[in-house]
Write a protein that binds this ligand. Structure first.
Ligand SMILES: [Zn+2]
Length: 182
């Protein structure tokens, strides 16, 4: 066999990214390039960057206000599952749903298209469980980067370039019938 088992020292991931012994990194890494869990974050537009901040700090995803909060928890506007393989429908939805969408204030709890494909819920638990982003293959693995959600404890996290934070919502209460959230 003539195939080398040595992985290339640097893969073509664009000029900002290079493989190191620890995983993906920016050649010129700076403050703000890593998440609180040390995951590499994509350098992105200000809107995506703000949504990450809103998700991390629990702010409304559409303004910088605090989200609506009651005894039932924090308000979320959730898209219905599409039924696609990566977004299946299930009995009991949305209990346990994982979302990249930050919570919302009352003013922004209105679905983008009146009542179509969204529901409004309060979540009593909203744990930050991981990230969604582009998972790159480890050195020596011949595969294309793929879109993935990974939990923070996933060993592949070293090869992840994260675009969004993911929270998992539990103990959900429908907000329908509570006036302005309809
Ligand atoms: Zn808002």
């Amino acid at each position: 066999m003539t195939t080398s088992l040595e992985p290339p020292a640097v893969l073509d991931l664009g000029r900002l990214l290079e493989h190191t012994t620890r995983g993906l990194a920016y050649a010129d890494e700076r403050d703000g390039d890593r998440s609180i869990e040390n995951v590499l974050l994509s350098r992105t537009d200000s809107e995506t960057s703000y949504r990450r901040t809103a998700m991390e700090q629990l702010l409304c995803g559409l303004c910088s206000e605090l989200p609506e909060r009651t005894a039932d928890g924090v308000l979320w506007l959730l898209p219905l599952p599409t039924g696609a393989p990566d977004d299946p429908r299930w009995d009991g939805w949305p209990e346990g749903v994982r979302t990249t969408e930050p919570p919302v204030c009352l003013q922004h709890a209105t679905p983008p298209r009146a009542g179509v494909g969204h529901r409004v819920f309060y979540a009593a638990e909203a744990e930050l469980v991981g990230v969604h982003g582009t998972l790159h293959p480890a050195p020596g693995v011949l595969a294309a980067p793929v879109d993935r959600m990974l939990r923070f404890d996933d060993p592949r996290m070293h090869w992840m370039l994260a675009h969004s934070y993911v929270r998992q919502l539990h103990r959900l209460t429908p907000a329908n019938g509570q006036g302005r959230t309809r």
